[in-house]
Ligand binder design. Structure first.
Ligand code: FAD
Ligand code: SF4
Length: 480
């Protein structure tokens, strides 16, 4: 029987769900930790200090009612905890798995500041909603009374899916167009299964389909329809296409066989997990098995690549990053996971050239050092003339991040306003682009960001589109 009292952070230690042993987990693509068993979730939720001003909630992009659902969990009122957590998020069990909690809710937990270790908010959030799915508490999506207006959503990632859900609840006919053959965006094809198992994503998509949202898969806007055509077919359009233009490395030899893009590598791996035929994986080009792998980059994508390569059976995996550990953008939690699984980090190093001619056989690396802080406040890396070294490699994965594609050209919509980085410009209040009735949300507005921000943007843009569509309907009625 769980002790349902709260404020137990002094005498009850922080305990995340146990991770599987590195050698075992590196054998498969399952998540690395099981979820809490009862009564562990209740016990951990009971560590919450129930602050008057909950900084966890303030720093959660969705402003989830965290202390309230922690209290309900501690009291064993799981169904109510689920309902409250579900009230502010379309995918709580996904955020519980993959939010960088150390930078968001948990990183701002008062107990963390007092040295007792944050409440394990993400793990409890995952536990609550996974339990809800199992117990049948997750309600079907019930569409609101039909309004006779339709909306096109371009992109079935977390931003598009969240907006679609809220719009459907408000009674709109919602059509989602995605160039992939499965919905989910980076949840499906970018993020590996060891962080987010795919059935978790697919059950969300199935729920939306069952609620009457129409999915047009393998439909690329720009190829299968222009922006103009979509605007004629629908009363409003949402651009939620994410950012997919991989940042290039300018170094001699980068065109060699065996130097590949991170997303191609991760997508191939995720497709294999679905059981798809992937010729570029089957012929070895995108398969790390038996290879000496070098991943270039220090963000979350690089971390996903190194850990995928380990699971594919690479002979060795090294990660080259031009700054040091303290100055890397990726999550420290992921670095620890990767190190446990046998990845070697080569800090303060950058590729100078790729050697081997037609097929890569190694990386010539420059040693780097940290100079003065740059505009972002981080110390800028510069070449250290004292050193340089060679690393043998037969697969090099470029993971330097992503920029926006050229949407005005791709969509045949020259009037679509974009920033100098190619992200879509929106009015801060209405989230509408320079085209009337065309809105935008998620990474295509923010630049590469986080799932939880995409969900938040989806929620905000749905509210703004609802307002716009109501005004449009009312103007139509007056004119009739
Ligand atoms: C490898 C990797 C790992 C990550 N790990 C994490 C993590 O652990 N935690 C976290 O919070 N965030 C993570 N992120 C970031 C997160 O995945 C993104 O911020 C988030 O998915 C953005 O959501 P979105 O809906 O804006 O775009 P996306 O998820 O990119 O979805 C966009 C969709 O639009 C579709 N699309 C694009 N162009 C067209 C077109 N012309 N026509 C039709 N469809 C189109 C795409 O096919 C895609 O399905 C990771 C990103 C990557 C690349
Ligand atoms: S959505 Fe993310 S930031 Fe918000 S409570 Fe959940 S894990 Fe924390």
């Amino acid at each position: 029987m769980a002790d349902t009292s709260l404020l137990k952070f002094v005498d009850r230690d922080q305990a995340y769900p146990a991770k599987r042993e590195p050698e075992i987990r590196a054998e498969d693509f399952r998540e690395i930790a099981d979820r809490y068993a009862m009564p562990d979730a209740e016990d951990q939720a009971g560590r919450c200090s129930q602050c008057g001003v909950p900084y966890c909630s303030v720093h959660c992009p969705l402003h989830n009612h965290i202390p309230d659902w922690l209290r309900l969990t501690a009291e064993g009122r799981l169904r109510e905890a689920y309902e409250l957590s579900n009230a502010t998020s379309t995918m709580p069990e996904i955020c519980g798995r993959i939010c960088p909690q150390d930078r968001l809710c948990e990183g701002n937990c008062v107990i963390e500041f007092s040295g007792h270790g944050a409440v394990t908010i993400g793990a409890v959030e995952k536990f609550i909603t996974d339990t809800a799915w199992e117990e049948g508490w997750v309600e079907p999506l019930v569409p609101g009374a039909a309004r006779g207006q339709s909306v096109a959503v371009i992109g079935a990632g977390p931003a598009g899916l969240s907006a679609a859900e809220y719009l459907r609840v408000n009674g709109y006919d919602v059509h989602i167009y995605d160039r992939y053959d499965r919905a989910g965006g980076l949840l499906t094809y970018g993020i590996p299964g060891f962080k987010l198992e795919k059935p978790v994503v697919m059950r969300r998509v199935e729920r939306l389909k069952a609620g009457g949202i129409v999915f047009h898969e393998s439909f690329e806007v720009g190829r299968d329809a222009s922006m103009d055509e979509l605007r004629q077919r629908h009363d409003a359009v949402l651009i939620a296409t994410g950012v997919y233009r991989a940042r290039a490395i300018k170094a001699p030899g980068v065109e060699a066989d065996g130097v590949v893009d991170a997303l191609a590598f991760l997508t191939a791996s995720n497709r294999k997990g679905f059981g798809d035929a992937v010729p570029a994986f089957d012929d070895g080009s995108l398969n790390a098995a038996g290879k000496h792998v070098v991943v270039i980059g220090g963000g979350d994508t690089a971390m996903d690549c190194v850990r995928t390569a380990v699971r594919q059976g690479a002979a060795s995996v090294k990660c080259l990053y031009r700054r040091d550990r303290a100055n890397m953008p990726g999550s420290q939690r992921e670095v620890t996971n990767a190190e446990e699984e046998g990845v070697e980090f080569v800090w303060l190093s950058a590729p100078e050239s790729f050697v081997g001619g037609e097929t890569v056989t190694g990386v010539k690396a420059s040693a780097m050092r940290l100079g003065a802080p740059d505009a972002s406040g981080r110390r800028a890396p510069e070449i250290d003339p004292a050193g340089g070294f060679d690393i043998p490699a037969d697969l090099v994965i470029k993971a330097l991040g992503f920029d926006a594609e050229d949407l005005p050209t791709l969509f045949g919509a020259r009037e679509l306003g974009v920033t100098r980085w190619g992200t879509v410009l929106v009015d801060n209040k209405t989230l509408m682009t320079s085209l009337d009735g065309v809105f935008a949300a998620g990474d295509i507005v923010r630049g590469a960001s986080l799932v939880v921000w995409a969900i938040r943007d989806g929620r905000d843009v749905a509210a703004s589109m609802h307002k716009y569509l109501k005004a449009k309907a009312s103007a139509g009625r007056k004119a009739a």
